[in-house]
Design a protein around this ligand. Sequence first.
Ligand code: ADP
Length: 252
Amino acid sequence: MNPQMPQKLSLPGVKQVIAVASGKGGVGKSTVAANLALALHMSGHTVGLMDADIYGPSVPIMFGLGTVNPQTTSFPLEKFGIRLMSMGFLVSPEQAVIWRGPKVAQAVQSFLGQIDWGQLDYLIIDLPPGTGDAQLTLSQSAPLTGAVIVTTPGEVSLIDARKGVKMFGEVRVPILGVVENMSYFTDATGAKTPIFGVGGGQKLADENHVPFLGELPIDPRVAACGDNGEPMVRKHPDSPVAKAYMTLAATV
Ligand code: ADP
């Protein structure tokens, strides 16, 4: 075995481990991971969400949680029926930011290896953006069923998303498909305006011969819900965004 290669951990109680990844930050990767986790739960599955975005953990904010005392708390935490783990439960973002690569990889591996996730239908892993060491280590050490790539419709996001696809190819993790976030905004008349371009997600999927899993609309409530600790799918289950997530949950 290559000595550089991290050990592949096993999660025998977990049926599917799905990484949600993006080449670029800010495309909505964490939002997709959280809402997909809830949509799967609302579809009747048992679900965990592991926030591996050590430098920018968003799970605590999106689920209305903060740091906890690890001496008196057992992990994963549970909120809205989802089992959750995030570096943001343990350290403030200011502290995590000064961590170096190996420490990050170690933290993420202990999330996988030392936390009792129990029996789960799905463990969703919110990967850090990009294709650096942390992403590579995780993709090699987590027993991934596959990865969902999140992109926005424009060319700039696509350039980085292609690097993500390539990285998973190198570590032989199957791409389950591409999700296009922030595809269009629907105004009061019902007209759809594509704010960030058109067709990027479909293009990325076609180029790589992987499924296109669908478009997720822009809705300002998505951001407000994320900031207020209750993701959109749960807060507004009848919204077009929530319906798009339920369709996505039925597809992955
Ligand atoms: P990433 O994890 O890729 O860095 P985030 O999930 O943090 O991105 O999303 C970036 C910002 O965009 C957040 O404020 C989030 O609430 C917002 N956002 C994500 N998806 C949508 C959407 N479909 N409509 C409106 N705002 C969105």
